[in-house]
Design a protein around this ligand. Structure first.
Ligand SMILES: [Zn+2]
Length: 110
């Protein structure tokens, strides 16, 4: 038997599956099994090629990037030695020329 998640609204355990959605009879909340699964799985940061990124990975910038709030431009081909993952799977922290910079993972290549 499939495990049925508790109601995300009232945490009730009487939820059942009606064929497309989970339904909670206690508070009449309906929820989508896919959204529940997505919430339970932490996003893995991936580079432009879809490779998983991890703390300390070395990456290359694949596009000229303007740094917000400064005149600095990170040139395409810049090597970043050690990235640090953030809570946002689309961004990583790194240091370039001594400055802490947040980079979008879609502009990085491992
Ligand atoms: Zn409920």
């Amino acid at each position: 038997m499939n495990e049925i998640p508790n109601c995300p609204s009232c945490k009730g355990e009487n939820t059942y599956f009606d064929g497309s959605l989970y339904v909670c009879p206690d508070c009449a909340h309906e929820f989508n099994p896919e959204s529940v699964t997505a919430d339970a799985t932490p996003d893995v940061p991936r580079d432009s090629n879809g490779a998983e990124l991890a703390d300390g990975d070395a990456v290359t910038v694949i596009k000229d990037l303007k740094v917000k709030g400064s005149s600095m431009v990170i040139k395409r081909g810049t090597k970043v030695k050690s990235i640090r993952l953030t809570e946002n799977a689309e961004e990583v922290d790194c240091k370039i020329d001594g400055s802490s910079i947040v980079l979008k993972t879609c502009f990085l290549k491992k």
